[in-house]
Design a protein around this ligand. Structure first.
Ligand SMILES: [Zn+2]
Length: 128
């Protein structure tokens, strides 16, 4: 661990929050995307409360902060997610899911038409 930021260093939480707010303008839990301000905490990724370097900070909800501190998420994953949320700003894109939407809809219409025609044919044959 870096000697400058020992676990016994003063917490300076106000500075941590100011730094995080400036570095990560889109504020949400980087794991689940929760955006409720009162539910967000600033996590020190190296667990040294005095290290308020922007790269050492991430917004996490209470649950995911606890899970990160318990070692359930790798540091690299948190940093990747943090960068991704800043990039997407929480705006969903359906481009990948909608890529072949028109072709899929056409195929569905074709199958439905064939099924309807087959049902009609069977019904007419049953009557005769
Ligand atoms: Zn969360």
């Amino acid at each position: 661990m870096n000697e400058t930021f020992s676990l016994l260093a003063p917490r300076r939480q106000g500075e941590a929050h100011r730094t995080a707010r400036a570095a990560y303008p889109f504020r949400c839990c980087v794991v689940c995307g929760l955006q409720v301000p009162t539910c967000l905490t600033v996590a020190h990724l190296d667990h040294a409360a005095g290290n308020n370097d922007p790269d050492n900070l991430a917004y996490l909800c209470h649950t995911h902060h606890w899970m990160y501190d318990a070692g359930l998420y790798p540091l690299e994953a948190i940093k990747l997610l943090r960068a991704h949320w800043q990039q997407t700003e929480g705006k969903p894109t359906h481009a990948a899911r909608m890529k072949d939407a028109g072709a899929k809809a056409a195929a569905t219409r074709k199958r439905r038409t064939a099924a309807r025609k087959a049902w009609e044919t069977r019904r007419q044959q049953a009557e005769t």
